[in-house]
Write a protein that binds this ligand. Structure first.
Ligand SMILES: [Zn+2]
Ligand SMILES: [Zn+2]
Length: 427
């Protein structure tokens, strides 16, 4: 049997033997074209360098001034944690926790885990907790939202521009470097390389062949390390994660989450995101109200960003996920590859909707009570954050393999497996 690494595509379940790759080369699924592996150049050295730099920058973002703000002689300075603290003092501890987790705690945990794992590999020693941390890495990735937060800060600064004088502190400079190094680290983490370096590659199950789905051979691909396992195994032979065959049962979970997000989207739009109290009175601004205010003050770019991230994306995501679930349950003769693009887009864009929640937290932190004008977070911020989180989880529960198994079992014309495309990938 071949010593090459065998993989079942996580999106269409097609079994492929990976070619031997040089640095800079990638292998794609011959059926759905999803990238299966990208081989980085000197991954261990670079990742430790980037992750350590990001971790140092993270520590430097905490103690110094993040932003300073002055308006009509009143001066206010905030540190990074004030964005979370402002939510806490305004009776939204869940939002405070969400901000602290996605900006500092989870990225910090991710970076520490990466450094620990790659040092463990370099030392050729299986340090305690290695398996647990390696399994945790890919699950953490979508919840690291520092890049979204940075865009949120820029939008907040754009809104305040002209109204007040805002100065960027040293923490803000460190934060920009932190985001850059963290994004680089995330892009370099390669589960395939990591698991091979940790535990090598056990042989594929006896009798397995390429050019067909894993399910049709009684096999399953591990979603954590990629190894092919027999359906009878309850946990992966290499990383010990639980492995799951594509099941239509899970569609119900996705449906339930889509419905929950749709219901929460109503208060998210009806209630105010922010309440502004001035001497002249109180202004309540909803998501769309905020967009209208931005247009009235000629901030067209910011209006477009907020409108897209807070209004268009959540609706588009719920509709796209609902459509995919419906297709998985009632297959149609239609290009499955195009559906896969829709699925990949819904997975990537969802987290960017958090922008408005971050804008509220920064604005509230800067405009604490006691100034001429004070701003408070509204109930919509919590409802909206819940919409974003729930739609992200919904996208994660959706199993794209169902779109393909549906096609197979219903033998819809051109959508049967394409064996000739397997050339160059066979065993
Ligand atoms: Zn595929
Ligand atoms: Zn595994």
């Amino acid at each position: 049997m071949s010593s090459r690494r065998w993989r079942a595509c996580p999106e269409c379940d097609w079994v492929t033997a990976l070619p031997v790759l040089k640095a800079g080369e990638s292998a794609h699924c011959p059926r759905c074209e999803r990238e299966l592996v990208y081989r980085h150049d000197a991954p261990a050295q670079r990742i430790v360098a980037y992750a350590s730099s990001a971790f140092i920058m993270l520590l430097l973002t905490l103690p110094f001034s993040f932003l300073a703000f002055s308006m009509t002689g009143i001066f206010q300075e905030i540190v990074l944690f004030d964005a979370a603290k402002a939510m806490f003092t305004n009776d939204w501890p869940i939002l405070a926790l969400l901000i602290a987790l996605t900006i500092v705690v989870l990225p910090g945990l991710f970076l520490a885990a990466v450094i620990y794992l790659y040092v463990s590999i370099a030392l050729r020693q299986f340090l305690p907790g290695t398996l647990f941390l390696a399994r945790m890495l890919s699950g953490l990735k979508p919840w690291l939202m520092t890049d979204v937060f940075l865009l949120g800060v820029l939008v907040s600064l754009g809104k305040l521009y002209g109204m007040a004088h805002v100065e960027l502190g040293w923490s803000f400079v460190a934060f920009c470097f932190y985001v850059f190094f963290l994004v680089r680290t995330v892009s370099l983490v390669d589960a395939d390389w990591l698991w091979f370096a940790l535990l090598h590659e056990p042989k594929p199950p006896e009798g397995a062949y390429t050019g067909a789905t894993a399910a049709s051979q009684g096999l399953m691909g591990c979603s954590t390390c990629g190894l092919l396992n027999k359906e009878t195994e309850s946990a992966c032979r290499r990383c010990h994660s639980s492995v799951r065959a594509p099941s239509r049962f899970r569609l119900q979970a996705t449906w339930a989450l889509i419905i929950a997000a749709t219901i929460l989207y109503i208060p998210a739009n009806l209630y105010p995101m922010m309440t502004t109290v001035t001497i002249g009175g109180t202004i309540y601004s909803t998501i769309l109200g905020g967009v209208v205010q931005l247009i009235q003050t000629d901030n067209y770019v910011l209006a477009a960003i907020i409108f897209t991230a807070s209004f268009v994306v959540p609706i588009a995501k719920v509709l796209a996920l609902g459509y995919l679930c419906w297709l998985a349950a009632y297959p149609r003769p239609m290009a499955t590859k195009r559906r896969m693009q829709l699925y990949r887009i819904t997975e990537v864009i969802g987290r960017w909707s958090m922008i408005d929640v971050f804008v509220v937290s920064i604005t509230v932190a800067l405009m604490q009570a006691g100034l001429i004008m004070s701003i408070y977070p509204g109930a919509a911020a919590a409802a909206f954050a819940a919409v974003v989180i729930i739609t992200m989880v919904a996208a994660m529960t959706f199993d794209p393999r169902l779109l393909w198994t549906a096609v197979e079992t219903n033998t819809l014309g051109s959508e049967v497996p394409v064996k000739q495309e397997q050339e160059g990938y066979g065993s």
